[in-house]
Design a protein around this ligand. Structure first.
Ligand code: SAJ
Length: 423
């Protein structure tokens, strides 16, 4: 068993630290956020993820401790965020974590970067910072290994998913693989090229973004033929080599809309990938067009958006399609207001049973629906599948429901007197 220091105790670092502790390693969790460390020391787990609270609490009672200082360790795992700065990755957290590691690094230690980064970061950015210690790359081991876990299934996928491991040399590959081998039940795919592993992570999310853009474009085309795109996609997917994704009001979250941009940081060749981004970002405009064509005067209407989480059954509203729709609705109808249709633009009401962030002025569902002219389902929360159409019909003033996630039983909702437009 090894000593491991995990740098960055967020969505990935915290479950990974707990997983390593659960596998018998002696794990220290470190974060620059002192308040987060204090909360964890009190057993308060601030990440909203099914099962994580108990998993981390158990680990804290066992081999996991948190510390305000970085100890020397056999392994340093860097799991810090890489936010977007304009269209480029902001690597400040990665750089400062690497500087911290350099301060305690010993010959023979292994450093693994897990943060999503533009291709080349491990070799071009992290290695030189680590070499400001008294050791050069090769004396210490260095690898890149991306997490691929799906929010909502983090603990299961940490264990089950195959994992790419790219080391700067064979010894780095072996050492990183040995650590992951202690808990990963999927296959470890190793390469002595960290840039390849970085690239693989980005193309997995880019694949999904492009595929969703195709589904979104097909949804708009299907509507012109008066066809239901989801029915068409389901039928098409019976082909053994076809796997179309699902249309929706846009692509949210902190991974899929961002990773394609990282891919473009060192290449001018992106074309289809950039178009796909634009198609997905344009879905808010399309849903606004749908509302406009089904309502008398959009700018005078009140519209309830059901769901500001970026996807179903999570509380995360980063890059939220629902919020983007709210913005487009307001911007467009305020312009209409200038031309005389309305003073203030559309009245947008937001509701979400999972999101607790106070910044979004969320109303409870009943209040948000009361007297509104239209409702848009923007997130596939389970709660919305179970909505009673008669109850919604009684609360709404208007009859228009845009089902952008394809959740509703159209016949039942139409029987309740509502006009359902499905994406
Ligand atoms: N979405 C669609 N249509 C679909 C599937 C998704 O519109 O057919 C939308 C969702 O509603 C959501 C967005 O795309 O707004 C992203 O959701 P997601 O469930 O596809 O992915 P994330 O962002 O939660 O997690 C992704 C995953 N990547 C892949 O599946 C390739 C996950 O495995 C990664 O670990 C994660 O990104 C990450 O951290 O990179």
């Amino acid at each position: 068993m090894s000593s491991v220091c995990v740098h960055g105790l967020g969505y990935i670092g915290l479950p990974t630290a707990a997983m390593l502790a659960d596998s018998g390693h002696d794990v220290t969790g470190y974060d620059v956020d002192d308040e987060l460390l204090d909360r964890l020391e009190r057993g308060d787990v601030p990440v909203d993820e099914p099962g994580l609270d108990e998993f981390v609490t158990d680990a804290l009672a066992g081999n996991l401790s948190v510390s305000h200082d970085v100890p020397p360790a056999d392994y340093h795992l860097i799991c810090v965020p890489t936010p977007l700065d304009g269209e480029r990755a902001d690597l400040a957290y990665v750089e400062s974590a690497a500087e911290t590691v350099a301060g305690v690094l010993r010959a023979d230690d292994t450093v693994i970067l897990e943060s999503t980064v533009p291709p080349g970061t491990t070799v071009e950015t992290v290695a030189p910072i680590l070499e400001t210690s008294e050791f050069s790359a090769g004396e210490f081991s260095l690898a890149y290994s991306p997490e691929t876990v799906l929010p909502g299934s983090v603990i299961a996928e940490l264990r089950a998913n195959d994992r790419a491991v790219g080391g700067i040399d064979e010894r780095s590959v072996e050492r990183a693989a040995a650590l992951y081998g202690s808990f990963v039940e999927g296959d470890l795919r190793t390469t002595a090229n960290p840039t390849l592993a970085e690239f693989v992570k980005l193309i997995q999310n880019t694949y999904r973004d492009v595929n969703i853009a195709l589904a979104n474009e097909l949804a708009m085309i299907a509507a012109d033929y008066d066809l239901d795109s989801r029915e068409a996609i389901a039928l098409a997917n019976h082909h053994p080599r076809v796997n179309l994704h699902q249309p929706g009001p846009g692509v949210g979250g902190h991974c899929i809309p961002i990773d394609p941009l990282f891919l473009g940081q060192g290449s001018e060749k992106l074309d289809l990938i950039e178009r796909a981004r634009a198609v997905n970002d344009g879905m808010a405009e399309y849903v606004t067009d749908l509302l406009d064509s089904h309502l008398d005067v959009l700018a005078d209407a009140s519209v309830t958006i059901l769901g500001v989480a970026y996807k179903g059954n999570v509380a995360d509203a980063r890059e939220s399609p629902g919020l983007r729709l709210a913005e487009v609705l307001q911007t467009r109808t305020q312009v209409a207001g200038v031309t005389g249709a309305s003073e203030s633009g559309v009245d947008v009401r937001l509701t979400d049973p999972h999101v607790t962030d106070q910044r979004f002025a969320l109303a409870p569902l009943d209040e948000a629906l009361a007297g509104a002219d239209a409702a848009v389902i923007a997130t596939d929360h389970d709660e919305y599948r179970e909505l009673d159409p008669n109850d919604v019909a009684a609360r709404l003033d208007g009859r228009v429901v845009i089902d952008a996630k394809g959740l509703l039983d159209v016949a039942a909702w139409e029987a309740a007197g509502l006009r359902v437009v499905r994406l």
